[in-house]
Design a binder for this molecule. Sequence first.
Ligand SMILES: [Zn+2]
Length: 293
Amino acid sequence: MEKQPGRIVTDSMIGLKMPDFARHSERVATVLGHNPSPFTGPGTNTWLVGSSDRPLLLDTGQGVPIWIDLLDTALKDLCRRGTIDRIVLTHAHVDHIGGVKQVREKYGEHRVLKMPWPGHDAPAGGPLEEIGHGATVRAEGVTLRAIHTPGHAPDHLCYYLEEEKALFTGDVVLGAGTTVIPDDTGDLGQYMDSLQRLLQLDLETIYPAHGPVIRKPKEKIREYIAHRELRERQVLDALADHAPHEVMAMVKKIYADVPEYLHPAAASSVRSHLKKLGKEGRVAEHEHRWSLN
Ligand SMILES: [Zn+2]
């Protein structure tokens, strides 16, 4: 059922090829946000969800000009020349809400549903309607249930598509690579808890915000949990050596096989681990140096 017209975009980092737009099921199609980077892969996936000519639009990309034209083409090609119903957002990061303004400019005022994050929602460029955990959003042929999944961002909602037992995971689970847990606004403890709760769902498919569709959802979520557990052990091992340690020294050791330009992001990840371990009383900080308790 995969329909892949238009150009194919190759991600320079991981060699992933993603179509401009594609239909994945009777109810779900995607339009690529065209904002490739080391952290967004080939770009943000924006989703058309619904079986009629008025689908919901789930996430909007970063505001790249070509995206709104592709959205228009996809609506004509995949959705019987339709138009979008409401906009539903996973979280406030700019590569997810940056295109809301473009939709408003092209199609007029639209209802935009999102869990509020005071001080971070301005890039949407207009009023938002509040939704939270357990809320349902319906359109023709589809029922989406919001699941609060903080950790990557405090306002993060995943959406469970009941008719397909599918989950739109936003940035909580990605089709390639791992997600960043920012050490300032993120929370690794909450993130691990979110993954454990997602594992309890009856799942057949994951539609992630970046990278390809995931057809073995439980395996992927378990892989994500195992990856963080491994990193946590590596952080603890690094501290066991010759404490106390500065974060960058730990990064050089743990991420020896990762290019240096990614080390600042790796440092953010290590700090997130240290923050979690600090809350659990397992490590302590003194003048930017960390040691085991
Ligand atoms: Zn994000």
